[in-house]
Design a protein around this ligand. Structure first.
Ligand SMILES: [Zn+2]
Length: 312
């Protein structure tokens, strides 16, 4: 299946039945499995399946245990949403998605969050096995100088703003990127050495080449890596291979997306937006159609019984 555009995709998936068959094939490859107990060979019913294991015997459809479970909107609309969400470089807002698909904004908001759950890396992504890595941190939030006086941090009580409401620090994001490769993003409470180094050690194998700015939080990287720093303080931004331009270009796309498309991102949801941005970036070299189908394979949202007990 090779879809060139959204109209072509919608044309193909006119009927819900076509969507279900297509999705069953992606999820089960022709062998339906009970999502409750992992038994194979269920009975076919008018509305889906019934488990053939006497101890389970539960009814299910292909949507059970996936991001589509308990949703009233059609798979066709879900597919369109996934297509839209994974194809805009800077993302798509729930307002825009609701207008595009003719659903309420509340539904669009819910759909986008479930899609982000699907986009999340399921196991830690390793960077730097084949190339050079850059690490950096970014700060998301409005600058003090551009805020209205009442919203600025109070001089008398730094935990409050001038209007008496709580002062919220800028949000810190750590980014690790492999040149010509993939990115890993993580929201951390603050830019401490412990937070930065822990994340780098989790995603970059020892011995790799890594570039950062001269911030002292990265100092201990020398222990396990070939670590070199860009001398921003001396206005030296590139010295041969030593630069952090790749991650800085990434930050500018991310910030334009977070500020321009999503306006305000709460602390609670920031991690999910980061999953969305990194998923899009990490699949930039494959076709829209492949990207759609690959992500759909990741749409199981709950661990299966077998995987929980360690059989699979
Ligand atoms: Zn079962």
């Amino acid at each position: 299946m090779d879809f060139k555009s959204l109209p072509q995709l919608l044309d193909h998936f006119k009927e819900e039945k076509t969507c279900i068959e297509y999705y069953e094939n992606i999820r089960w490859a022709g062998k339906p499995v009970c999502p409750h107990c992992d038994a194979e060979h269920p009975y076919v019913t008018t509305r889906g399946y019934k488990c053939s294991n006497n101890e389970c015997y539960k009814k299910f459809t292909v949507k059970v245990g996936t991001i589509f479970e308990n949703s009233k909107i059609s798979l066709r609309t879900w597919f369109a949403a996934i297509w839209r969400c994974t194809n805009h470089k800077k993302g798509i807002s729930s307002v825009q998605l609701s207008l595009d698909l003719g659903i309420t904004q509340k539904t669009a908001w819910f759909v986008l969050h479930r899609v982000r759950e699907m986009l999340k890396d399921k196991s830690p992504r390793m960077l730097g096995e084949y190339g050079m890595v850059e690490a950096d941190e970014a700060y998301i939030g409005q600058r003090e100088q551009t805020k209205h006086y009442s919203k600025r941090r109070s001089d008398e009580n730094p935990s409050l703003r001038n209007d008496g409401s709580p002062y919220v620090e800028k949000k810190v994001i750590v980014g690790i990127i492999e040149r010509n490769g993939k990115v890993v993003l993580k929201h951390v409470p603050n830019a401490t050495k412990k937070n930065m180094v822990a994340l780098i050690e989790k995603h970059v194998p020892k011995g790799a080449k890594i570039y950062t700015d001269e911030s002292k939080v990265y100092k201990s990287l020398k222990k396990h890596y070939t670590h070199e720093t860009v001398k921003h303080a001396l206005s030296i931004y590139v010295a041969g291979d030593v630069h952090t331009n790749t991650i800085e270009n990434f930050w500018s796309v991310l910030k334009r997306g977070l500020v321009g498309v999503y306006h305000q991102v709460s602390e609670k949801h920031l991690e999910r937006y980061l999953d969305e941005f990194s998923a899009r970036f990490n699949t930039r070299d494959i076709t829209t159609s492949d990207r759609f189908q690959n992500f759909l394979k990741e749409s199981e949202s709950y661990l299966s019984h077998k995987r929980l007990i360690g059989v699979k």
